[in-house]
Structures are given as C-alpha cells and as structure tokens.
Design a protein around this ligand. Structure first.
Ligand SMILES: Nc1ncnc2c1ncn2[C@@H]1O[C@H](COP(=O)(O)OP(=O)(O)OP(=O)(O)O)[C@@H](O)[C@H]1O
Length: 397
C-alpha cells in the first residue's frame, strides 16, 4: 500500500463520496492509551449492529491496531483496499493491520505517512451504505488523531473513554477541547474500569478510585454516558475475540454498556438532540448590564445553559487587571462564549486560542442578551476595534 496519493484532490473527493454514504459517524477517543478505548469501540460497534444497524468499525489506532484481535480476525490479510472485511451481515471492519506484512512488527512510519495511510483507507475502502461508522482513534489529542478526525468530514460526535482517577479530569478536558477544535459535539464520557466487584464476596473495590469520569463530565458540561466496571469477563472476551456485549447477557457491565449504546442511538438518531451545556460569560459592574470595558470589569456573570434553559447563574470576581490574563482565567472556568461590547483583535485571538467564542456589539440588560443568544438571534454585531488601546480594552463603538 502506497502512503502517498498521487492526486490529493481526487482523494479528497473519494473520501467525501465514501463518507457521504454513512449516516452517522462516531469517533472513540481517549486522552491516553490503555484505558479501554478499543474495548469500548468494539462493544459499541457490536451493540449498534445487534440493534439492527449496518455498522463499520475503522481501526485508526495506528500505534497498536488491536481491534482485529478483539474481533477474532487477527492475522487476516486483505489483498486490496476496496472491500472491508465482513464479520456479519451488519458488521464490517477495516484495520491497517490487514494490509501490513507482519502486524507483530511495531509501526515505525512517521506521522505524515501514517496519516496518508489512513486517508487512503478512507478514500479507497468502499463501505457501501452504513448507518454507523465507529472510528477507533489513536490515543491522545495530538496531530495524528486531529488530522484523522478532520478527514472524516461531519462527525456526529465523540465518545471519550477515561478511567476513574482524578487525573482523568485533565485528560478528559483535553479530549473535550479536541472535540471542540474539530467542531464535533461530545456524545459523552465513559468512565471505564470503574470499580471491581469481587465475584466471591461481592465486595466492591475501587481499584482506580471512583467518579473521575463523571466529575469530568460535570465540570466540562458534557453528557456522562456511564460507568463500566472492571470485569474478568471483559478481558476474557477481548482476548477471545468475542466482544463482551455479544458473549454476555447480564451483569452490571452488560447493563451499563447497553445503556451507553442506547444513549448513543438516541442522540445520533435525533430522538434526543445533542445539546451540550454552554457556559456564557458577560462582563458586568452592576450585575445587570453588559459592561463594555471588560478588561476592567468588576465581575463576570456566568450562565450555564442547555438550549434555552438556564441551568445555573453565578457571579465570579474578575482577577486583578493584567494583560493576557482574562482569556486564560475564563478558559480555566471552561467558558464557551464571552458576550461583550467590543474588543481588540489581539484579545479576540487570545480568547480564540482558549476555544472561547467572542460575540461583540452587545449592550444593555444581560438577561435580554442571553435570551437573544439562546434563541439563536444574537450575532456579533461589532468587529474588532482597530484603534490603539490596551488589548483587553473593550468598547461598544
Ligand atoms: N471494563 C474492563 N474490565 C476489565 N478489563 C478491561 C476493561 N476495559 C478494558 N479492559 C482490558 O484492558 C486492556 C486494554 O484495553 P484496550 O486495548 O481496549 O485499551 P486502549 O485504550 O484501546 O489501549 P491502546 O491505547 O493500547 O490501544 C485490554 O486487555 C482489555 O481487555
């Protein structure tokens, strides 16, 4: 398989044509390796296919393509890129390992070659019409997963797999930011390896602590898909190439996985619109009106909204004025949008670097601006101020 396409434009067109035949695309990602991302990918894909959907699973984890092992097709070699491997009437799989001479050898390609190979898979493999494509991304939030996610076109959403330790919050935050960067809604966070129930004494042991993934979901204002406990059967199922969801019929992990799959179906098929919570900040001095000089405002009124519903409202004191500090300060509070009068281009750039949208031209009562915003009627009316002033000066002219 050649890793370079002779004609990139043609390849982009082929990728688009292939991707257009797939109704829903889901990427499964994790901030770091070994948390059960591939296990979740195979179980989600299997579960979706058992629910009657036509499903493809793309193993894009170039560092350790282990989906074939988990589906009992390790060692399979495909002669050409055209067709995926059919596991059942409803489930097809493609892994880079199908095209490697020896999949036991670690892949030592450099980044661009690996990405070239994945693009070639996306452009050349004919999946046919699918209800779902589940993509197992490489771990992390670096260039490789980013380029792959961007090559997929419109993705329905990401499923972020993490473990229960506190450090999961940091990893999940990166994964949520990653999703925002590629304009992908977050379908939710799965807390995997969440406790172990001893089969002999029924005592629950929280080997990796408990609740980190759920806490992360709450902090990031994204959906929590559920906790999947550690089970010996999950390891066994993975090693035997029979996904857990296929080989088990009961148990806490089985119910939790089923609930994850139902949630994904509801969110992607539109029964439940994916509406992530949004955190919106208004600079204010009196608590009621939008302050146009946000760099020197006393407070920020911060609202968490879901659609048009206001979930929380709080006031946070602004930190002492220091150039460049406010975008970072609001970034750490996970603000999605700042609504204000006006601001300089440098400040806009600093907010954008924090993944915070800037809406300019607002004035008057905060409540009215918020209503307009959640009703989809508030757009940036201003542009960056071009005259000289400090970067966090804000004005409404
Ligand atoms: N809930 C669970 N209970 C028990 N074992 C699990 C569970 N989830 C995953 N495992 C096991 O953990 C190991 C790592 O899982 P997996 O390969 O899915 O992780 P990964 O995040 O995809 O790793 P990598 O980054 O290396 O691709 C596997 O042996 C798998 O069977």
């Amino acid at each position: 398989m050649s890793c370079q396409s002779s004609n990139l434009d043609e390849q982009e067109i082929r990728i688009k044509d292939n991707m257009d035949r797939i109704k829903h695309k889901i990427v499964v990602m994790s901030g770091k390796g070994g948390v059960g991302k591939s296990t979740m990918s195979t179980n989600i894909a299997y579960g979706l296919s058992l629910a009657g959907n036509k499903v493809g699973i793309l193993d894009a984890d170039l560092h350790g393509p282990n989906i074939p092992l988990m589906l009992w097709v390790e060692g399979t070699k495909l002669p050409s890129l055209e067709k995926p491997l059919e596991l059942s009437e409803n489930l097809k799989v493609v892994s880079l390992s199908f095209y490697l001479e020896n999949s036991n050898n670690p892949i030592v390609w450099r980044g661009p070659a690996k990405i070239g190979a994945i693009k070639q898979l996306l452009g050349d493999v004919d999946w046919g019409d699918l209800d779902y494509l589940v993509v197992d991304l490489p771990p992390g939030t670096g260039d490789e997963p980013l380029t792959i996610a961007q090559s997929l076109g419109k993705v329905d959403g990401s499923v972020i797999v993490t473990t229960p330790q506190d450090v999961a919050i940091l990893d999940s935050r990166k994964s949520v930011k990653f999703s925002e960067m590629v304009n992908m809604p977050v379908l939710g966070i799965i807390e995997n390896m969440s406790g172990f129930v001893c089969p002999h004494c029924n005592q629950r042991i929280d080997i990796f602590k408990n609740g980190g993934g759920e806490k992360a979901a709450n902090e990031m204002n994204v959906n929590f898909l559920g906790k999947i406990p550690m089970t010996a059967e999950m390891v066994e199922a993975g090693d035997q190439g029979k996904p857990y969801i296929f080989s088990q019929r009961e148990g806490v992990a089985f119910s939790a996985l089923n609930s994850v799959i139902t949630d994904i179906i509801n969110k992607t098929k539109g029964e439940e619109k994916i509406m992530n919570n949004l955190k919106i900040a208004f600079p204010t001095n009196d608590g009621e009106t939008v302050e146009s000089h946000f760099g020197h405002c006393k407070q920020f009124a911060i609202y968490t909204v879901k659609g048009e519903e206001i979930l929380t409202k709080e006031f946070v004191d602004a930190p002492p004025h220091e150039p460049g500090l406010l975008p970072k300060f609001l970034g750490e509070l996970n603000i999605n949008t700042i609504i204000t009068g006006g601001m300089g281009q440098r400040a806009i750039d600093l907010f954008t670097a924090q993944n915070i949208d800037v809406i300019l031209g607002a004035s008057g009562k905060i409540d009215n601006n918020l209503k307009e915003f959640t009703g989809g009627e508030l757009y940036s009316k201003g542009s960056a101020c071009s005259h000289d002033h400090d970067e966090e000066h804000s004005c409404s002219h």
